[in-house]
Design a protein around this ligand. Structure first.
Ligand code: PFF
Length: 447
């Protein structure tokens, strides 16, 4: 063990950081597009229910383990194990989490690099630098490598500065900015022709669309959105003070994350309909709404172009929003391997950040060089397969391996009367039986 452990300086600092991790490209891009392709408001309703009945309990499992053990994900899981077998399982699950978090970052940094490139492009366009603009939006290998590197460098700079001076400082600066930009953009889009039609699609539920597929999609989205399974929330929980009530803080993070996803829907779905009104193609030949990268890098830029001079400002604001959302999430991913290395090897935080960051950037570069083979594969391996498996395992640790008295003890810190709350009556059995069963169901469907 090297440096003494830092803590978040306040509850607000933690909520900003954890909400920053949760609120990312998954909220602003994933949630609205999933909503659009899953029958609009019916998906929103199911998503909100699942965020609270399934994702919230799983989030609590991670926060509690982390705050109890006050260590990185590997050491924390070992700490609550109760024999040789569970110790070995803890090591396996812990390292699996570290690797998954690192791999998620390796593709996330590529996508975030695209956002940065488009952010720069909104500036070169204002300046009339046509050639630079073409290069920035050209998806060439060189551009992709440079902007992935730039994004990783930003992420590493923040993580290298530690918890208070890095994660907390930047999350508390950037999250209010994110909210401000998002509200301003939403208000602007609402004033445009076509927005009301989008709003109708988004807000009027067609409950006949609810089917098992929709429910499972909503569950997967909730899980990715709350950054669950890979140890990010566990590690953030490990920097929390014993005076804070975990159930309340976890609920605050879930509420903020879901609300921002909801707000993102109010922005993106009406924007798609405004684009259509302005003559932009928003449906594929088969009649589905364009949802993947083409939505962000073709439909929306065409929309901004059709807005005249104002479109330049809107583009700048939109890609700033995406970049901010991405960086407050990526720092939480990098913290997972860095906290392990800092605590379990003689390397300092600076050294660990540099080594781990360079390895992840190298993996991102390998993905970029073999884009067609690796990009989708890494996303599937990490988010479709590994996150649900790890989620089940975290619940198993809290529900089956960890001694119940110790669990209660940990929850009592910061919440004296926890035993008489509904939370304590329901949650322990819930993480024991219901969460693993439901998560496994998602997983089996994904297979
Ligand atoms: N929650 C982030 C998003 O919605 O974009 C993604 C994410 C962050 C996933 C951190 C996993 C993780 F460890």
């Amino acid at each position: 063990m090297s440096a003494p452990r830092e803590q978040f300086s306040s509850k607000t600092g933690f909520v900003m950081a954890a909400a920053g991790s949760a609120i990312g490209l998954g909220n602003i891009w994933g949630f609205p597009t999933q909503t659009a392709s899953n029958g609009g408001a019916a998906f929103v309703v199911i998503y909100f229910i699942l965020a609270f009945v399934l994702a919230y309990p799983a989030l609590m499992a991670e926060l509690i383990i982390g705050r109890h053990a006050r260590a990185n994900v590997v050491t924390s899981l070992r700490h609550i194990s109760n024999g040789k077998k569970s110790y070995a399982l803890a090591s396996g699950v812990g390292f699996y989490g570290v690797i998954t978090a690192s791999l998620i970052l390796s593709f996330y940094a590529i996508v975030a690099g695209w956002m940065l490139a488009y952010l720069f492009e909104s500036i070169t366009q204002m300046l009339g630098w046509t050639q630079a603009s073409e290069w920035l939006t050209g998806f060439g290998l060189q551009r992709n490598l440079i902007f992935m590197g730039l994004f990783m460098a930003m992420t590493m700079a923040i993580i290298s500065s530690g918890i208070k001076g890095g994660i907390e400082k930047w999350s508390t600066r950037l999250m209010p900015m994110l909210l401000f930009i998002m509200i301003a953009l939403t208000v602007y889009v609402m004033t445009q022709d076509g927005a009301m039609e989008g709003l109708r699609v988004y807000l009027l539920p067609d409950f006949s669309q609810i089917n098992p597929g929709l429910i499972l999609d909503a569950m997967g989205q909730a899980f990715f959105s709350l950054s669950l399974g890979v140890g990010t929330m566990l590690v953030y929980g490990s920097y929390l003070s014993k005076q804070d009530s975990l159930p309340k803080l976890g609920a605050a993070v879930t509420l903020v994350d879901s609300s921002i996803a909801f707000l993102a829907g109010l922005l993106i779905i009406p924007a798609i309909f405004v684009a259509q009104k302005n003559g932009v193609t928003v449906f594929t030949e088969s009649g589905d709404m364009i949802a993947g990268p083409d939505l962000i890098f073709q439909v929306l830029p065409s929309l901004f172009d059709s807005m005249g001079d104002m479109g330049l400002i809107v583009a700048f604001a939109f890609f700033s929003l995406m970049s901010i959302a991405a960086v407050t999430s990526s720092i939480s991913m990098l913290e997972v391997p860095v906290s392990y290395m800092t605590e379990e090897t003689p390397a300092s935080r600076h050294q660990s950040t540099l080594i781990v960051g360079l390895i992840i950037a190298a993996i991102s570069a390998i993905i970029l060089f073999n884009f067609n083979d690796l990009f989708g594969l890494v996303i599937d391996l990490t988010t479709v397969y590994s996150q649900p498996i790890l989620g089940v395992l975290m619940c198993v640790f809290v529900g089956w391996i960890w001694h119940r008295n110790n669990l209660l003890e940990e929850l009592k810190a910061g919440h004296d009367n926890i035993e008489s709350t509904l939370f304590w009556k329901i949650w322990p059995n819930y993480v024991r039986f219901v969460c693993p069963a439901l998560i496994l169901a998602t997983f089996i469907r994904a297979l």
